[in-house]
Write a protein that binds this ligand. Structure first.
Ligand code: FAD
Length: 653
């Protein structure tokens, strides 16, 4: 059913070992630690920028593994996937390759907040990522567990700043690099929990990252480290579920690819697999309550993901409520279902009792029990917007280690950390993405300016300029910039320039085409143009009518518009949002003018001769925002304090 085929995985492994055997003690520009979603994007991006890159990960076969749900995208997360793709990252194309059920969420709202999402075939996703990494020039992949990070002590010239020099694997000589990107995910001092059993681990079947790594970050680099938790549901044997007792949810009839480089997905529309929706019953609440004293994970007071809570948390927070459970396929050939909404950590026998309280699963069998994981993360306010650790030159962090949750959030940070790690190693200036131009900018700014108190995930509501930051225009917003910073291929760049030029040309044409209101009422009677004898409407204005499509307009002006039919949906969206975006643009320009104003890193906030409370001074001193924009968004920093800071820096700077 999935058309194209990659070479079998076996041959990748052979290739990998051949590369490993060629590994000698070399100097790399960039070393990436961890082959999860952050690490794979980081390694690929660093290599694209031109850095000689080494990816070291515990197990080659788990590169690109989806630790939890086999899906990509969704509301807010889909925006990130489109932006990663616009910057030539991997996950969008991998999603198009491995997707088996595509749907655009939130369609009842405007296209700015639509959420492209796909259910994935786990195996195919991994294969794609592994295949891509192996064919990336300048990238070597090594299987091994990094035990130590090598750093120098701060020098008298740069007091308080260490410098990274490389890594050390278990029992082998050090490998040197100018930059290191740590992407250890849920593995840093990871502990797994099922019922009353706790064991060391980063994910089921995988050992944690060495305690030494966490110790170096904490003791040697003096970084503030916190602890978070997450969990995953049991995997259910599909044949043991009575799916006719759940609601069928078909995919979109025309799958929308994630990647700007793809016009279609690998899976044919008619071959997509359905998902199913069912609900918890009062019996589920009863099992949760009876199992609480046997559930260590729930008793720990470490913070878990608020927006992807365990069934235990859902029942305790909203007792008596019926909760949604999505039954999602794990792959084309897999006989497993993923019950989204039933993440749990009670003992396995209680897990079986619980799922059987749901009618569609009354005779279900569990293939693998659910479990929880707790792990260390680095408080991300200690990073700069390039994702470099402020106190350690050349050390970059990305992904779950920064307190986020989710593949997309990890991949987005990974890509940007990879770009900057490469640029640092190649002596190029570090670069940042603003929150006015991308969701990736919003994500990174939120992390480094505000920090996290619980696992952070992306939502469209986090972006102030939602109508401009749409999934449909991520290429226009980011591909050209990506080319400038070095992470976008010339092939993609040329394609983006072509699209940009054609859209601009089409929009200019739409502005010049006019139709009198009388003609509108005659030729386009259904769109509801009101009578106004003296006025006429431009093509752009006509497209802003809800019931007006580009196709309808092209039938009125075939000579001018039929050549732009391939952009019909994009032009409709551009037209609808144009008034809003024009306003946004003015607002953005004003904020950008002030937002990008650099704040000197050596300001002594406590002796600043301005009117500012002690609390605000403490916050500014702790976070040390790099720009005025970041200072503005710090919790507890008042607008008056920002004005004072602005005036001070303008006068003294
Ligand atoms: P990971 O994908 O965890 O990858 C880390 C990689 O680093 C691994 O390949 C590991 O082998 C490697 N590594 C670690 N230490 C070393 C070392 N010292 N040397 C070499 N390699 C090393 N996300 C959600 O959005 N919703 C959920 O409900 C959810 N539930 C989850 C439940 C569980 C049990 C787990 C494990 C994860 C869950 N996630 C969930 C999180 C999701 O898997 C992560 O957000 C995402 O995978 C993070 O990507 P990452 O690249 O930061 O880390």
């Amino acid at each position: 059913m999935l058309t194209k085929k990659l070479p079998p995985v076996q041959s990748f492994l052979l290739l990998f070992s051949r590369r490993v055997s060629h590994l000698t003690r070399q100097q790399y520009d960039v070393i990436v630690v961890g082959g999860g979603h952050a690490g794979t994007e980081a390694a690929a991006a660093a290599a694209r920028v031109g850095a000689k890159t080494l990816l070291v990960t515990q197990k080659i076969q788990t590169i690109g593994a989806l630790s939890c749900n086999p899906s990509l995208g969704g509301i807010g997360k889909g925006h990130l996937v489109r932006e990663i793709d616009a910057l030539d990252g991997l996950c969008g194309r991998a999603g198009d390759w491995a997707g088996i059920h595509f749907s655009v969420l939130n369609r009842r709202k405007g296209p700015a907040v639509w959420g492209p999402r796909a259910q994935l075939d786990r195996q195919r996703y991994r294969e794609f990522i592994q295949s891509e990494l192996l064919s990336t020039p300048g990238l070597t992949v090594l299987e091994g567990s990094v035990q130590e990070l090598h750093v120098t002590e701060p020098s008298p010239e740069e007091p308080g700043r260490h410098r990274v020099t490389g890594i050390c694997l278990d029992g082998s000589p050090p490998i040197s690099a100018s930059s290191v990107v740590l992407t250890t995910g849920t593995f840093l001092c990871g502990s797994l929990f099922v019922g009353q059993t706790t064991s060391p681990g980063g994910r089921i079947g995988d050992a944690p990252s060495s305690a030494g790594m966490s110790q170096i970050l904490r003791e040697r680099l003096d970084l503030r480290i916190g602890r978070l938790r997450t969990g995953t549901p049991p995997r259910i044997v599909k044949d043991s579920v009575d799916l006719h007792l759940a609601q069928l949810h078909p995919p979109d009839s025309h799958p929308t690819p994630f990647s700007f480089m793809n016009t279609q997905t690998s899976c044919k529309p008619e071959d997509q697999l359905p998902c199913y929706l069912t609900y918890t019953t009062p019996g589920v609440d009863k099992v949760v309550k009876e199992s609480l004293h046997l559930n260590c994970h729930i008793q720990e007071d470490t913070k878990g993901p608020r927006y992807c809570p365990s069934i235990e948390s859902r029942v305790l927070r909203f007792p008596g409520r019926s909760h949604q459970v999505w039954l999602e396929p794990e792959g084309v050939t897999s006989n497993l279902l993923y019950p989204q909404g039933l993440s749990m950590t009670m003992p396995p026998d209680m897990q079986l009792r619980l799922i059987r309280e749901i009618p569609a699963m009354h005779r279900a069998e569990i293939h693998t029990p659910g479990y929880g994981v707790q792990y260390d993360f680095v408080c991300p306010t200690q990073l700069s917007p390039s994702l470099q650790v402020k106190s350690t030159q050349g050390l970059f962090l990305a992904g779950q280690i920064n307190g986020t949750t989710g593949y997309e959030e990890a991949a987005a940070q990974g890509l940007w950390a990879g770009v900057n790690a490469a640029r640092w190693a190649l002596s190029m200036p570090l670069v940042a993405l603003s929150r006015t131009e991308s969701y990736i900018g919003v994500l990174i700014d939120d992390l480094v300016s505000r920090g996290v108190t619980e696992p952070y995930r992306m939502f469209t509501s986090r972006a102030e300029f939602r109508t401009s930051l749409r999934p449909d225009n991520a290429d226009l917003r980011l591909t050209l910039k990506g080319f400038e910073v070095g992470c976008v291929s010339s092939l993609r760049y040329k394609e983006a320039v072509k699209v940009k030029d054609r859209l601009q040309e089409a929009m200019a044409t739409l502005e010049t085409l006019t139709l009198s209101t009388a003609s509108c009422r005659k030729k386009l009677p259904d769109i509801g143009v009101s009578e106004n004898k003296n006025s006429s409407l431009s093509g752009m204005e006509l497209l802003q009518y809800k019931d007006m499509s580009f196709e309808m307009l092209a039938s009125v002006f075939p000579e001018s518009l039929s050549r732009y039919m391939e952009f019909s949906q994009r032009l409709k969206i551009e037209a609808v949002y144009k008034p809003h975006c024009d306003l946004n643009k003015k607002e953005i320009e004003r904020i950008q003018k002030e937002e990008n104003m650099a704040l000197p890193q050596d300001i002594d906030y406590f002796s600043l001769p301005v009117s500012m409370s002690k609390e605000v001074r403490e916050i500014l001193d702790r976070v040390r925002p790099s720009t005025l924009g970041s200072a503005t968004r710090l919790e507890g920093v008042t607008p008056a304090a920002v004005v004072a800071l602005f005036n001070y820096v303008q006068v003294t700077g």
